[in-house]
Design a protein around this ligand. Structure first.
Ligand code: ADP
Ligand code: G6P
Length: 481
């Protein structure tokens, strides 16, 4: 039994069986795992989640990773994977919460499986939580868990954090099961979002859809933002249908900057040398997801090469793309379009032995990623919509000396905390091109201004790390302001 339990769809490690039958654990993908792993190491507790495989021929017992975090695996069958994970979570909720970048699919059988799997996670959490424990439920895959857990274990404190955006009430109301989802969330004591705007979207929806009545603490129409000095102080309470007071607040997530070691100068120089010592080294690092705007950034660079604003002989773009949700039609389509664009750009502008775009469709070790961040002149983060975007913060963390520049989408949550980046609107290719060009121009012609900007970004990330995020959320859960 644990007094602190994290419940997330994924465990921090995935079980992988190699073609030769051997088995290994590899780090699982995504920002949620990046952010929560260091938190669990600091706050002793356990993690309930899915081990990333549908092969349950040998049901897994609880185990520890690196002898630190106690993991409780929850299994998913092949049908659960299709209907709960690929279906309802990633073909219904994901596009709906990312402002319909692609059309969400509403499928009743998926919803039924989502409910069943949420029940399974809640029962598991109820089994391992000590009396009066704190249970912290994570993300859109498990929005019914707080409500179910409240029924099973009224003694525990329940927090919920959404790692992706929360859409406006007008969009959310499309969901045929909107009341059930809102009521599920209202089972929590505290519901956290990255940004006040996402929290506000939830508040107006909760009032419209669930009959929950809203009241405010502090000033009217305000929400509390914990852990970010730059944002306005705000706080709100919603009354759940059972009369409990549910606190809704914003807690911008971040990275474990203390554990990220700066790569040595030699490793950084080696990367640049392997890439032909380009004058401009651009970098993109993303899961291969249609929300990330990878194709748009490739097209922006292509047009800058075409117009002569960038010289192909002096320009390299490294795009590292982690494979993600590969059987879902929209992800396959996005991958095809990205790979076509890489081929086209290299065909048009590359030279023998010197492609312009270096494309890696794999997960890369953290040390290599850090060296790439440190080596890159300009980081390209051009998401159409992103809850936060940790990659932007990781890049800033790797530039304590003020070198480099960040091109950042206005539609990434990180833009609220990182205004000194070169902001762009990814829906407008001219805006992306302008931001890239301005970043390059500032680095070359206004080096002091470029340094001022990057230093400000680094300081912001340094002073608002993931430990502050977790402490803010957990202390608020213990004693809501
Ligand atoms: P998301 O959670 O949507 O994937 P984030 O930018 O918030 O997006 O977090 C992505 C995390 O995954 C970051 O910590 C980043 O370093 C990591 N990551 C992304 N691509 C790769 C890759 N190819 N190899 C290793 N880590 C990666
Ligand atoms: C985002 C989501 C996480 C998810 C991660 C990776 O960060 O917010 O909940 O785990 O992407 O996606 P995946 O589908 O591979 O778990």
């Amino acid at each position: 039994m644990s007094s602190f339990v994290v419940v997330a769809n994924r465990l921090p490690v995935d079980s992988v069986t190699r073609p030769d039958g051997s088995h290994e654990w590899v780090p699982s993908p995504g920002g949620l795992v990046t952010a929560l792993s260091p938190v669990l190491k600091e706050h002793e507790g356990c993690w309930v989640g899915w081990p990333g495989t549908t092969d349950d021929t040998h049901p897994l017992e609880p185990f520890r990773t690196e002898d630190v975090i106690l993991l409780h695996p929850v299994s998913l069958s092949a049908t659960d994977y299709e209907e709960f994970y690929e279906g309802f979570s990633n073909a219904t909720l994901w596009p709906l919460y990312h402002d319909l970048i692609v059309p969400p699919i509403y499928e009743r059988t998926w919803w039924h499986t989502y409910r069943e799997v949420n029940l399974r996670f809640a029962e598991h959490a109820a089994k391992v939580a000590d009396h009066g424990a704190t249970v912290w439920v994570q993300d859109y895959q498990l929005q019914l868990v707080p409500g179910i857990l409240r029924q099973l274990r009224p003694d525990v404190k329940i927090g919920f954090f959404l790692h992706i955006p929360f859409p406006s009430a007008d969009l959310f109301r499309q969901l045929p099961w909107r009341e059930e989802v809102v009521r599920g969330l209202l089972g929590a004591d505290v519901i956290g979002f990255h940004l006040p705007s996402y929290a506000n979207n939830f508040l107006s929806l909760a009032r419209q859809v669930s009959g929950a009545s809203g009241s405010h603490t502090g000033q009217p129409d305000t929400l509390t933002v914990h852990g970010t000095a730059r944002m306005r102080e705000r706080n709100a309470i919603v009354e759940a249908p059972d009369g409990r007071r549910v606190h809704v607040a914003a807690f911008p997530i971040s990275i474990d900057i203390g554990s990220m070691s700066q790569p040595d100068a030699q490793a950084v120089a080696d990367i640049r040398r392997r890439l032909g010592n380009p004058r401009h080294l651009f970098l993109g690092v993303d899961r291969l997801d249609y929300t990330k705007g990878i194709l748009q950034r490739l097209e922006a660079v292509e047009q800058l090469l075409e117009s002569g604003s960038l010289d192909p002989a002096e320009t390299v773009l490294v795009q590292i793309a982690t494979p993600s949700r590969e059987r879902i039609a929209q992800y396959r389509k996005e991958r095809r379009r990205v790979e076509e664009a890489v081929g086209r750009i290299n065909g048009r502008f590359g030279q023998l032995g010197h492609p312009v775009v270096h494309y890696v469709h794999r997960t890369v070790p953290k040390s290599e990623l850090s060296a790439c961040y440190a080596a890159a002149d300009v980081m390209l983060v051009t998401a159409f919509k992103d809850g936060m975007n940790l990659v932007a913060k990781e890049y800033a963390a790797m530039h304590p000396d003020g070198s480099g520049a960040l091109v950042l989408s206005e539609f990434a949550g990180a833009a609220e905390e990182l205004p000194e980046s070169f902001l762009c609107n990814p829906h407008d290719l001219e805006s992306v091109k302008r931001a890239i060009y301005n970043a390059v121009y500032t680095l070359e012609h206004q080096p002091e201004e470029a340094q001022r900007r990057m230093r400000a970004l680094h300081t912001q990330v340094h002073e608002h790390d993931v430990q502050l995020w977790a402490r803010s959320f957990l202390s608020f859960l213990k004693e809501p302001a």
